[in-house]
Ligand binder design. Sequence first.
Ligand code: BG6
Length: 475
Amino acid sequence: MKQRFPENFLWGASTSAYQVEGAAITHGKGLSQQDFINNNRSEKFGFADTSIASDHYHHFKEDIRLFKEMGFTSYRFSIAWSRIFPKGDHQVNEEGLQFYRDSIAELKANDIEPIPTLYHYDLPWPLVEKYEGWLSREVVEDFGYFAKFVVNEFKNDVKYWITINEQSIIVQYWTQKCYVPEKYQNQNQLRYQINHHMNLAQALAVKYIHEVGGLAGPALGYAPVYARTCKPEDQLAALNANDLRNFYYLDVYFKGYYTDAAFNYLKQHQLAPEIFDDDETLFSQNISDFLAVNYYDSQCAHACPEGADHAWSGYNLTGKKGDMSGFETHPGFYQMCPNPELRTTDWDWAIDPIGLEIVYRDLYTRYRIPFMITENGLGARDELTSDGKVHDDYRIAYLREHIAATQRAMGLGVQVLGYMPWSALDLLSTSNGYNKRYGLIYVDRTDDDPKTCQRIKKDSFNWYKKVIASNGTDL
Ligand code: BG6
C-alpha cells in the first residue's frame, strides 16, 4: 500500500559550504583545509578549485528563490568555520557571520526550515598549522568553541542541527576529506584517532545544541554491507564489515560506546584510537536525537584470510565504469568487493533503492530513532543541450525509486522527518570537480571556466516540484 507522507514532512535538498559558496578567501574568510586540498587537486587533476565554486555566496537570494519555486520546506547547508573564525581562534569575521544571518533570514522569510551542518570537511587551515588539525586532541576544544558560538547565534531560528558530516567516509578517504601531512599517511591508526577526536567534538556539539533546546543529528555516509554469497564465512565477513564501517560510528552516537568486536579488531591490529577514561562518559551523556542519513549505494563483502595485506578503499576518478582503484581489506575480518547483482553509475557506485529500505528498517529496529535523508543522489556528466535544457531522466529515475523506498519503510512504521537529496544545485564534487554533477539546478560552468555560473532548471527540477506539490504522491 502506498504511504502518504505526513503534512509536515520536510522536502528540500542539500549542499555544503566549500562545495557551493566560492568567496573562499575573500570577504574576510580564512583558508580552510578544503581550499588547500582542492587547490592541489586542481593543479594535479584539472578540477575546479573552491575560489568560485558555484558562486552561491553572491547568488544565495536567487538560489533560495529557486528553492521556493520547487516548493522546498527545508534546506540543508553547512556553515564554514573559517568564514566565521578565519584564524580558527575566537576572532569573529563579522561579514562572514552576516552572510549566514542573511541566508537564514532569507530561508525563513520563504518558509524554508534552515538545517545547518556544523562541520563538512572544512577545518580552518591555521589549526592545521598550529597543531596538525584533527590529528591533535586540542582541536576538540576549538571546535567546541565554534559550535557553541554558532548554536547560540542561531538558536531562535534553527531546530535541527547536523553536527559532523560523514565521519565514516573521513576514515575511508582521509587524505581527501582531511589534510594529513605526507609523513603520517602510512600511519593508519591515525584514521581512527582523528575519528575519535571527531566523536568528542560531536558530543560537545550535541551538548550545546541540547542546552538551547535544539535537536542534534550526525550525518553518516551509510552504505549497508551485503555478503557476497550465503556461505557462513561471507555472512560473518558482512557482519564484521557492518560493525567496523557502520555500527562503530552509530553506537557511539546513539549508545555512547564503541562496538566491541570492531574496537577489539582494531586493537588486535594496532589501529585502535587512544581513548581517555572519561571519553565514553561524554558520549553517553550526549546522545544524538536523530540520524541524518547520507545514502548513495550499498556495498558487498566476502571473507578474507588473516594473512592478506591490509588495504583501504579506492575510488574511481575518471567516471569510466570499472576504473575503481581498490577495495578495503581487513585481514581475517572482511574484504569489500563489487556486487554483481546491482547496476552502477559511471563512477561504479551501486544503485540500490532497496538498500535504503534495508537501512531504515534495520536501524530503526536497532536504535528506534527518527531519520532525515540529508544526501541521496546520482552523480553524472549532465549535458546542457541545444534547447537550453538538461534532460536528466536518469536522476529522476534514481530519486523516484529512493523516495518510493522511503514511503514503503514509513508504511511499516519507520519515522522519517524529511528528504533532502544531494544536491540542491550543481557543486564541486569532492572527487571529480564539475565533471560529476548532482544538482536539481544546473550551474553553467566547467572545471576550467567559471563563466557566469548561470542557473538553469534541469528536468529533475520540474519533476521534484511536482513531487513536492503532491506531497510525494505523484512520483
Ligand atoms: C558525500 C559528501 O560523501 O558524498 C558530499 O558528504 C559529496 O560532500 C557527496 O559531494 C558525493 O561525493 P562526490 O565525491 O561524488 O562528490
